[in-house]
Each structure stands twice: as structure tokens, then as C-alpha cells.
Design a protein around this ligand. Structure first.
Ligand SMILES: [Zn+2]
Length: 309
């Protein structure tokens, strides 16, 4: 790895990059490299790590950077996430030896998408301009969590309004809205606590190991996510009336209820794209999962403990 080419990185980052030439960088070290960076800086680091690990058979550093950020400047996190996904898909069809689905190249890209979901204090540097709607295949990458639970909400470009799912799309003056708004500080405390409990996940081996571990965790009543497991099992009987076994089942249960009859065919297409991506790469649901556990735990306490302020 020619370190002299890695301009602008602080010394600890350079040290980690030097290590990566000889060792496979652990997810936690990769995460440390990304903390505090914008999308352009993260894309540069990813291009460096990619080339140092796999050589230039998929393109040099500049080619990969261009694939990750075609406009050559910092963008939104959802845009970077989409481009990493698109780059991974292109690897299948390139050269005579396409990357296998479980190849180390795809493994690294998946890992980075996973890490980006939960970077502390991440900010969007630039909002997309000039579009009233994302095309459906792009809209699936612009979902955010409801402000009052863990369900996903479709977003439009430059949308300012508070994201609220169908269940919580209430006037902010309504008692139900205000009650949930009051729960939010406790949910945040619970979320941080759960995140700490699961911090070992960052150090786990890549690929299927983490995917299966996280899926099992969602369904294990005696595991680290007991409220979520109980909730999902309650959905596994009616109303969803199916045993939850695959990542897709779990994800659809987490999103329940989505009122399919009330959304346009365009929005439905965006949902299809979102659900298919997130069930194929299940650990991208990590933030949703721990947020759900936190909300469900706090909801339980509110029901049993009355209206404590
Ligand atoms: Zn909601």
C-alpha cells in the first residue's frame, strides 16, 4: 500500500491503513476510521482499503472513488449507501471472473454499508437538488426511521417534515403524539444501553455469521432483545399468520402494518426495492432493530407504570 498516496489522513488512520495491507481490517477499526468523516472522506478511505486489499483488478483508486461518488464531491449518506450497493452489483458482471456473492470484495462493501448505518453524529453534507421525486429504484435508499417508532418512512428530496409512519402520522397536538414524544428521551437511553450490550457485534466475523446471529437474536426470547422477540412472536401468529424464519419475514414484521392499499404504485415499488435490499443484507437493519427493542421496552414500562413523567 503506497502510503504516500493517501493524502490528508491523520496519523492513526494511516497506521490503520498500513495495518490493513497485511491484516484484514476488523470492522471496528474500519468504523473508527470513518467516525467524524464526511461522505467524500469515507469514499476515499473505502477506495484505499479496497485497492490495498484486492489490488487494481476492479479499477484503481480513482476509478473506485468515481464509482462511489460519481459527482466527485460529498453527497448524502443515503446516496453513498446506494452507490456502494450499485458498485457491488457491477462487480458481478465485470471482467471474466465476476465476484461471487460471498466474495471478499462484496463482503467488504456490505460491511461498510453496515458500519455507515450507525456512525455517531453523522450529518448530511448536501441534499439532492432539483428533483420532486426519486425514481423508484432510488427511492428505496431514502427511507428513514419514523420519529416516534422504528418503522420506515419514504422520503422525498428536500423534505423537511418530521418523518412519521402510517401508525404515528398524527397532529402534534394530539395526546397520543405527545405521549410518544415524552417517551423519546427514555427510548434514547435504552437504545444506547442496548447498543453497548451488542457492541461485540462490531468485532464479529464478516458475512453470514453476523446476518444469522442478528436474525436469531431477533427471535430469541431469552436473548439480548427480549421485547423485540416477544413482539415478533406475537406477530408470527395472526395478524401475519406465518412463522417468522427468514430475514425478509422479520423485516416485514418489523414494518407491520404498512397500508399497501393506501400507497401509490410508485411508492410500492420503492418499498419493494427497500425490502429486497434490506433482507438481502439483513445487518443493515441493525439500527432499526435496536431502536425497536428500545421503544418496545419503554412502551412496556409505560403500560405497566402508568403516566410517569
Ligand atoms: Zn411510527
Amino acid at each position: 500500500m503506497p502510503l504516500e498516496k493517501v493524502a490528508g489522513l491523520p496519523l492513526p488512520a494511516l497506521f490503520l491503513l498500513a495495518m490493513s495491507a497485511h491484516l484484514n481490517l476488523l470492522p471496528d477499526s474500519l468504523r473508527q476510521l470513518f467516525i467524524g468523516k464526511n461522505t467524500l472522506e469515507v469514499a476515499r478511505i473505502l477506495a484505499d482499503v479496497f485497492v490495498s486489499r484486492f489490488g487494481e483488478c476492479w479499477g484503481n483508486r480513482e476509478d473506485i472513488l468515481k464509482a462511489l461518488l460519481p459527482k466527485g464531491r460529498a453527497s448524502t449518506w443515503s446516496e453513498l449507501d446506494k452507490q456502494i450497493n450499485v458498485f457491488g452489483k457491477k462487480l458481478y458482471g465485470k471482467h471474466n471472473e465476476p465476484a461471487e456473492e460471498n466474495s471478499p470484495e462484496i463482503g467488504l462493501l456490505d460491511e461498510v454499508r453496515f458500519i455507515l448505518q450507525d456512525l455517531p453524529q453523522r450529518q448530511d453534507y448536501k441534499l439532492p437538488e432539483g428533483k420532486e421525486e426519486y425514481p423508484p429504484e432510488e427511492a428505496g435508499f431514502h427511507f428513514v426511521l419514523c420519529s416516534l417508532c422504528w418503522r420506515s418512512v419514504v422520503r422525498r428530496p428536500l423534505e423537511k417534515r418530521t418523518p412519521l409512519c402510517h401508525t404515528h402520522d398524527l397532529p402534534s397536538s394530539s395526546p397520543a403524539y405527545r405521549r410518544r414524544a415524552r417517551m423519546k428521551p427514555q427510548v434514547e437511553v435504552a437504545r444506547l444501553r442496548i447498543e453497548k450490550t451488542l457492541s461485540g457485534l462490531w468485532g464479529m466475523s464478516r458475512g453470514q455469521g453476523v446476518e444469522n446471529y442478528l436474525q436469531d437474536l431477533c427471535l430469541s426470547p431469552l436473548g439480548s432483545l427480549p421485547y423485540l422477540a416477544k413482539y415478533l412472536h406475537s406477530l408470527g401468529c395472526p395478524p401475519l399468520a406465518l412463522p417468522l424464519s427468514t430475514g425478509r419475514d422479520i423485516l416485514e414484521a418489523l414494518e407491520y402494518p404498512v397500508y399497501w392499499d393506501k400507497i401509490s404504485s410508485r411508492t410500492r415499488e420503492a418499498w419493494d426495492c427497500y425490502l429486497s435490499d434490506r433482507s438481502q443484507h439483513f445487518r443493515l437493519n441493525y439500527v432499526k432493530i435496536i431502536t425497536a427493542e428500545a421503544w418496545l421496552g419503554v412502551e412496556g414500562k409505560y403500560q405497566h407504570g402508568g403516566k410517569r413523567r
